[in-house]
Design a binder for this molecule. Structure first.
Ligand SMILES: [Zn+2]
Length: 221
């Protein structure tokens, strides 16, 4: 299994790509974790649209779901394939774009998935996810999830991180209270591109695995 970072930037970045991860499974298919508003063109450019059989959404902010329906529609038009969906409920998204015909685009996922409810935006359903018992993704979380059993089971952890106290995202300082072995397996994401150097310096200081960047690829055994 391999993890490819499609993007690692936050919502209002002037350049760069929204936070999104692609898990390449051993059977040749792939699972996309979040599909924000600028992800679909990047997937097309990289020739990845056919192998993405499953799309999981952590929540419905546009930087996490904005091109998800386009990807499903494209896969049906280009390859005649439905896409498995999961994470938070897609019903409102599907109703807006496809109405009662949404069943032609989707099927149920057949991967191993464990989810946690997380606080992020008031009143919004938000999930963190452990995929195939190996990769944990926080989505956007107002609190650190590094002390949860679900995160600590994972070999590879991806967590959003704010540079300072923030009502919607856990701060690096809060994340830094996790045990050292958990931090060493944790990679930070969801930052403005111009803050990359600063967040990298803090990640090193606190003992995190690193800071994700678009194009990074990690092997997961
Ligand atoms: Zn969000």
């Amino acid at each position: 299994m391999k993890l490819e970072v499609i993007g690692a930037n936050s919502a209002f970045a002037k350049e760069g790509v929204n936070s999104s991860l692609l898990l390449h499974l051993n059977d040749g298919s792939a699972v996309l974790l979040d599909c924000g508003y600028n992800i679909f063109p990047r997937l097309l450019e990289k020739g990845l649209t056919q192998k993405i059989k499953t799309v999981l959404l952590s929540h419905t902010h546009q930087d996490h779901c904005g091109s998800a329906i386009t990807l499903l529609e494209y896969r049906l038009a280009a390859y005649g394939e439905t896409t498995a969906i999961g994470g938070v409920s897609w019903q409102k998204l599907l109703d807006l774009c496809e109405g009662s015909d949404s069943g032609r685009l989707i099927r149920l996922p057949d991967i191993k998935l464990e989810m946690l409810d997380v606080p992020h935006a008031k009143g919004m359903e938000c999930k963190a996810m452990l995929v195939e018992d190996k990769v944990f993704y926080s989505g956007d979380s107002a609190v650190s999830l590094l002390n949860t059993e679900t995160a600590q089971k994972a070999q590879f952890i991806v967590h959003d991180a704010a540079l300072s106290a923030n009502p919607n995202h856990a701060s690096i300082k809060e994340l830094a209270t996790a045990p050292c072995d958990v931090k060493a397996r944790t990679y930070l994401t969801h930052y403005l591109p111009e803050k990359y150097e600063e967040i990298s310096r803090l990640a090193e200081k606190y003992g995190f695995g690193g800071v994700l960047k678009s194009g990074d690829i990690f092997g997961i055994s």
